[in-house]
Design a protein around this ligand. Structure first.
Ligand SMILES: [Cu+2]
Length: 130
């Protein structure tokens, strides 16, 4: 390659690095809303949990597990619907198995588009029927 072309390639590389740094500055994923909410007491078992983050997340790398008082932890799968073109890129919808009354935790590990991983937990209780 002639020196001029190398110079041009270098300029593109600088732009690319700047772009990556600016993406980093967006900050990592933090939950802004969930349903059930953390510490919520529910009269009925929820069919799913919805997690909404402040930024777009890499859904293909999202991990979630369900922890109950009696059962062993279960891995929750992220359904295809999350990857639909019309799906909110900052929102995860995760179906839950049918749950008996008791305390539960959904633990999640999320990768934001800035490359940072965030872990967290949503705790909720399904109350005994009256
Ligand atoms: Cu970050």
């Amino acid at each position: 390659m002639p020196p001029l072309t190398w110079g041009l390639a270098f300029k593109f590389w600088v732009l690319w690095v700047l772009g990556a740094v600016m993406t980093l500055a967006w900050g990592h994923a933090v939950i802004v809303k969930s349903s059930p909410a953390d510490q919520e007491v529910l009269a009925r078992a929820p069919e799913a949990i919805m997690l909404r983050f402040n930024v777009k997340i890499e859904k293909a790398f999202a991990q979630a597990s369900l922890w109950g008082a009696k059962d062993r932890p279960r891995r929750l799968s992220i359904p295809e619907s999350n990857f639909a073109p019309e799906a909110d890129p900052a929102r995860l919808y995760i179906p839950l198995p049918s749950l008996a009354p008791g305390p539960y935790q959904v633990r999640y590990k999320i990768l934001a588009t800035d490359g940072h991983t965030t872990e967290g937990v949503i705790r909720f209780v399904i109350s005994e029927p009256q």
